[in-house]
Structure formats: C-alpha cells, structure tokens
Design a protein around this ligand. Structure first.
Ligand code: ADP
Length: 552
C-alpha cells in the first residue's frame, strides 16, 4: 500500500543474504581462513563462500526444507558453519545454533523444542549426536560437516539418518538467486543457557540481524573495517558470535576462524600467522592466552584491539592487555535476548580529557549504549533511578534487536514495554552503565547490596590469584555475607589472612569479605561463565568465622 505521506525511496528489505552478497561482490577476493577440525588450514574468499552458501540453499530445497523450518547447527567457528548461517537463512529457513557444551539432555530438549528438521554437526560432535539423536524423533537427518570418505572412515557405525555435507553441497551448481521476502521473517534461533529451568529460545529476524550488524560495526562498537582481519573466539554456536559473522561481511573484513583449538598457544599462533588485528571473546579464554604469552615470552605483532564481554572483564586483565601488550581492550555487555550487543566502553570527547586514572575507571565499566538500544535502571517501585553512578537497580532495555517474547511462548517477558535483563546495574552521568551483579548473585547484607563482581575483581588483581568467585554465605545477623572462593596460580603462597587484608582500603569496611577459601578449580557454565548457583550449593553449609553455627 502506498500513502501520500510515504517517502519515495526503494523499499528494500533488510535480509541477511544481502550481507554476504555485498561482501562477495565488493570484497570478493577477501579471505576467510579456517583452522579445520581435520587439522589443516582452509582458505577461500567471500566470493567462494557465497557460491557454496547458494549451493547449500539449493541442497536444502532439494531435501524439501520449507521457509520457516529450523535447521540446527552443532559446530565450531569455521567456513562451513558460516555457509550454514547464510545458506539456511538465505533460502528463508531459520538457522538454529546449538551450544554443544550444554548437557546432552538440554541439547535434546532444545532440538525437540525448536523442531529442527535437520541438524548440521562437526564430526567432533558425533558422540554427542549419537546420544541425543534417539531423543529427537522430529529430526529428519543429521548432516555431518565433512565429505563422504570422512564419514565412512569416522562415523561408519552411527545409527542415525546421516548425510554428508560436502556430498549435498557439491551436487548443486550454485546457480541460485537469493529470494526476497519480508524482513521480519525469522533468521536465527539461539537458546539461553538455562542456568535455571529450561533453556529459552530467542528468535531473531532478518531485520534485527542486519540492524544489529550495522550497530556492531560502528566505530564506538566493534569498529570493524575492511582493513581488519577479525578472529572471533566467541563461538558461532552462542549468540551468533556477537554478530561478527554478519558485521565482517558488512564491512568486508578478513575473517579468521579458530575451529576447536581455543587454547592460548593455538590462538596466538593463528593470530600471528594471519595478521589478526581484532578479536572478541569471554574473559576465561583471554586468561588462557595471557598465561601462554607470559610463559612463552611472546608479543603480538598485529593485534590492535579486543572486545571482552560475556562476563565482567577484570580490570587486571584490561591492564595486562594494554600495559604489557599494547592491545586496546573494549569492555562490552550484552545478552542472548539482545542479539547480543548492548553497551561498549568507548570514551566520549569529554571523558578523554580527564586524567588517565579516571579514563581507565570509565573503561572498566560495561559502557555506553549503541544506537538501537535504550536502557534504564529501575528501583523496586519500578521508577527509573538517577544516573549518578551509585544508585543500583534492575537494568531494563528495549530496541529493534531486543527480544519481544521467547520462541513458542505466549507470555510476554516485558514490563511496560521494556525487557528486564536480570542484571543489576548503575548508570553514571556519562551514560556509562556498570553491572554490579546478576540479580540472583547480588549479596544482600543487612538490607544493603554488595557487588560480587567488585569483590571478584579485587581478588583477581592479586598477583597470586588466577581466578576468583564471590558468593553469598548465610549469616545469622546480616542474612548474607561475602565469601571468596579463589583459585591460586601455581606455586602461590598467599594465605587466607593475607588475601583478606588485600581488600583493606579498596572497599568500604562492610564490604570486606568475611572469609576466603581456596579451591583447585571453579565450575563454569556452557558459555564459560562462573557457575555461581553450583558454587552456592557447594558452600551452602559453610560456616563463616565468628559465627557460632550455620543459621539454617
Ligand atoms: P547465558 O549465559 O544464559 O547464555 P548470555 O550469554 O546471554 O546468557 O549472557 C548474558 C549475561 O551475561 C548478562 O545478562 C550478564 O549477566 C552477563 N554479562 C555479559 N556481559 C557482561 C559483562 N561485560 N560484565 C558483566 N556481566 C556480563
């Protein structure tokens, strides 16, 4: 329908396929390099990638896949996974990325709930497919990301309807035009980790995917450009690798995929070999990389900046990257329900005029929204709190790439049109947001809140501490008090008393942790975050010093 009020510009829908087409046409020779699970390095170009994505789309049509049907992926970061991203969504189906680090029961639940028609899988996940396939009767076929001989050799005894990806793709000629359809059509489906209850699906649209890619590429977001070689460590199986597989073709950047080897040495060598300028990942992965670099005594020759998010980036990590290696750290926050980018800590003109210490303090926060995301913190009465950098409240967001409702759920999660993130945060006068906790992790001491993230950051700034978690421990007078569970570096000698004393002068007296315990390792979720729920269970009966007996 046309209206006399309409502008007279082309009504071109925002479709994911146009990102790849753009890269293939204008950056056709730009490389996509992948370390394959086969062990070798694979390289081809955006032009080759689009051709194979089209062949895949044809193959899916030949299999009878209909627009709107979900196609699962269980795969590492690599060129075939990228083809799955574009081949499925390009022909109108939904690319459902599945996190292989979840428990098999959760994976079976997700595949069944999504009603995936087919599932692509990297051959490393064959044992997983063997376990979950019998619980997923709606799946018509499991497509191994390899050629027929590989499958014969490695997957010969699998008892599921099995296809070879290469056989399917190479049977097609790639002579295919991406169909044009409504930009509100579903594009990607990604389930949250479901730390409590069943995982829930966030169903993105082509419109939200493309808008998010524009947002992600902005200078004050990832600042992606055709001059970059980008290595996403953040997995394509979780929240679309923070949008990098869309933002990179949008700007024509070279892509470097690390496959399954995410240890410090493998990442470092790949970054050096491929001239990587920019990377993104969660703090745990960077910890491995920094440790390797320290031990091996090596430096980066091309890496310029890295986005760190998914959980709070400890200030000590930011300092290590910048002061020791000259790599700029951009702290970022987001979540599955937000496609995922929300805020990034880039300083504005006024902030850059402040002292280095003040600048660093701002950059340790989760940062400023990018256009497309609106946020506020609200108090218990639902009223917006002031932007004073001190008032804690529930963080609410809205925008065109923020979830409206969960996949196959009729209930709206929104409050007055805003999505409650489940995070507790402050916003300061610069509009910089700082996460103080997940609402369920905050420590409630005598009616006041203590930020577990702040106390963890102090612990890991101690040179002998490798990793630390701060959890609430039951207390008869204060209800909850902070307990630090720390993993020490090899050869460390620091004692519990010394670590407690380390907090003096760094936090208000009533924030001082009541006790410190040492552990060999800390439990992590499937997305590499500290599993605080599990830790709270482990230390449920822990009796704090000075407390006669456990209050429960
Ligand atoms: P899940 O772990 O359930 O899969 P997501 O990967 O979507 O969920 O994670 C979203 C959550 O991760 C946020 O709500 C927030 O609690 C946490 N998070 C993400 N980035 C940061 C950050 N930079 N600092 C602190 N917490 C973060």
């Amino acid at each position: 329908m046309t209206s006399p009020l309409y502008g007279q510009m082309m009504d071109v829908p925002l479709l994911a396929s146009s990102l790849l087409s753009h890269a293939a046409r204008y950056f056709g020779d730009t490389e996509i390099v992948s370390r394959r699970i086969e062990g070798d390095i694979h390289r081809y170009t955006y032009r080759d990638c689009e051709k194979r994505a089209k062949q895949l789309a044809q193959a899916l049509i030949a299999l009878g896949v209909q627009p709107g049907e979900r196609i699962g992926t269980l795969a590492w970061n690599g060129y075939r996974h990228l083809e799955c991203y574009y081949g499925t969504t390009g022909m109108g189906a939904v690319c459902h990325t599945i996190n292989p680090r979840l428990f098999p029961e959760q994976i079976a639940f997700i595949v069944d709930h999504a009603e995936d028609a087919y599932v692509f899988f990297d051959m490393t996940f064959a044992p997983l497919v063997d376990i979950v396939a019998p619980q997923c009767p709606k799946v018509k076929g499991w497509i191994a990301l390899g050629d027929a001989s590989c499958i014969r050799e490695h997957l010969g005894d699998m008892e599921v309807p099995l296809f070879s990806y290469e056989t399917l793709v190479t049977a097609q000629d790639g002579d295919y035009a991406w169909p044009v359809f409504d930009e509100r059509t579903a594009s990607f489906l990604c389930y949250t980790s479901g730390t409590t209850g069943h995982p829930k699906g966030a169903l993105y649209s082509h419109r939200s995917t493309v808008l998010h890619a524009y947002g992600a590429a902005l200078p004050d977001a990832m600042s992606a450009s055709a001059g970059d070689a980008i290595l996403p460590v953040v997995p394509m199986f979780h929240v679309n690798a923070w949008g990098i597989p869309h933002a990179a073709p949008l700007v024509g950047a070279k892509l470097v995929f690390p496959g399954k080897d995410l240890d410090g040495k493998s990442l470092y060598e790949l970054m050096e070999a491929e001239g990587v300028t920019f990377s993104a990942g969660v703090p745990t992965v960077w910890l491995g990389l920094l440790n390797y670099m320290k031990e091996a005594g090596v430096r980066f020759s091309t890496l310029r900046r890295t986005v760190i998010g998914g959980s709070a980036c400890p200030p000590a990590m930011l300092r290590a990257f910048e002061d020791q290696y000259g790599v700029e750290v951009i702290h970022a926050w987001g979540m599955t329900e937000m496609s995922p980018l929300g805020t990034l800590a880039h300083l504005n003109f006024r902030q850059k005029a402040r002292s280095p210490e003040e600048q660093r303090k701002s950059r340790e926060k989760q940062g400023h929204v990018i256009f497309g995301v609106d946020m506020k913190v609200v108090g218990d009465d639902g009223r917006e709190l002031p932007w004073d950098g001190r008032s804690f409240g529930d963080l609410h967001v809205r925008g065109p790439w923020v979830i409206d409702r969960y996949f196959r759920s009729d209930e709206s999660p929104l409050v007055d049109g805003w999505f409650p993130t489940g995070d507790v945060a402050t916003i300061d006068a610069d509009g910089f947001m700082q996460i103080t906790d997940r609402s369920k992790d905050v420590i409630k001491s005598g009616g006041e809140w203590i930020s577990s993230i702040d106390l963890e950051n102090i612990a890991v700034s101690h040179p002998q501490v490798a990793e630390a978690a701060c959890i609430a421990c039951a207390h008869p007078k204060w209800t909850e008090r902070p307990l630090i569970v720390a993993v020490l570096r090899p050869g460390a000698t620091v004692t519990r008393e010394e670590l407690r004393a380390f907090y003096e002068g760094k936090v208000a007296k009533w924030w001082m942790p009541d006790d410190v315990v040492f552990a060999d390792e800390l439990p992590h979720t499937a997305t590499g975050k500290l599993q605080k729920l599990r830790l709270r269970e482990l230390y449920r009966d822990y009796v704090l010093p000075g407390v006669a007996e456990h209050p429960a």
